[in-house]
Design a protein around this ligand. Structure first.
Ligand code: CP
Length: 272
């Protein structure tokens, strides 16, 4: 049994192995793909529990879709207010309970450290799907994969983070990973002074965690960005990226969402 609580739970080699599997699943071209997906019952009789204490569209749905595509089943508690949590049940008891009914638990919680706490009592692997402002390692894997897909490498690139770097868990996990990957990363507090970069990683202001303020990408900002860069965002977005930018070839956030499915399939395959 192996938990995925922080991006540091995976070595560089394991991340590249996962990317190989992900590429195979996405392209459908390799012998690996034939073995896994041509057998649509690869994870038959396996059950994934989605346990979400905070709202989610992409993470919960892509894990569910990944499990279904691999022939497994899903138990979804996508709003704990309709579970015994509403009657005061603590995290540990909920995790122990779900461990009897499933083979793996995908957990999103409000508090940093909850995923680690859950792993300490769990009889099945815990995948951290975001713990407060802590980490979001599977988002980081799909982010790194999207970068590598574009540039064929994750080395010697410059990544600029824009937005709520204090409360954004996707930024925390990704910056941790980038430190290991020989990438340069910049932080800017002035949207009008974006440095030339390969990747601009924008995040929304986390109002639910008390952050204030707002910013918005303008036509002047994007005119200054290199032609070959990519603009990423974990989503959901608010006002920071206007919809007129969606058709720009540098907009890569929808590709991130698509890659999220294949990365999560790759993760689940590794648990068989
Ligand atoms: N990026 C991300 O975690 O999106 P959701 O909150 O919709 O899962």
């Amino acid at each position: 049994m192996r938990h995925l609580i922080t991006i540091d739970d995976l070595s560089d080699v394991e991340i590249q192995n996962l990317f190989y599997v992900t590429r195979s699943l996405k392209s459908g071209e390799t012998e690996y793909y034939s073995r896994v997906l041509n057998d649509s019952s690869y994870l038959r009789n396996k059950i994934l529990a989605n346990l979400f204490y905070e709202p989610s569209t992409r993470t919960s749905s892509s894990f569910a879709a990944a499990m279904h595509r691999l022939g497994g089943n899903v138990i979804s508690i996508n709003d704990v207010n309709y579970s015994s949590v509403a009657k005061g049940e603590n995290l540990q008891d909920t995790i122990r309970t779900m461990g009897y009914y499933s083979d793996i638990i995908v957990l999103r919680s409000q508090n940093e450290g909850d995923a680690k706490l859950a792993a300490e009592v769990s009889e099945v692997p815990i995948i951290n799907a975001g713990d407060g402002k802590g980490e979001h390692p599977t988002q980081t894997l799909l982010d790194l994969y999207t970068i590598q897909e574009k540039f064929k490498t994750i080395e010697n690139l410059t990544v600029t983070f824009v937005g709520d770097v204090v409360n954004g868990r996707t930024v925390h996990s990704l910056s941790k990973a980038l430190k290991r990957c020989n990438l340069n990363y910049c932080e800017t507090y002035d949207i009008d002074k974006l440095p030339p970069s390969d990747v601009y990683y924008l995040t929304r202001v986390q109002r639910e965690r008390g952050s204030k303020g707002s910013y918005e990408l303008t036509r002047d900002h994007v005119a200054e960005m290199p032609d070959n860069c990519i603009v990423m965002h974990p989503f959901p977005r608010n006002e920071e990226i206007p919809q007129w930018f969606d058709s720009d070839p540098r907009a890569s956030y929808f590709r991130q969402m698509e890659n999220g499915l294949y990365i999560r399939m790759g993760i689940l395959v590794s648990y068989k």
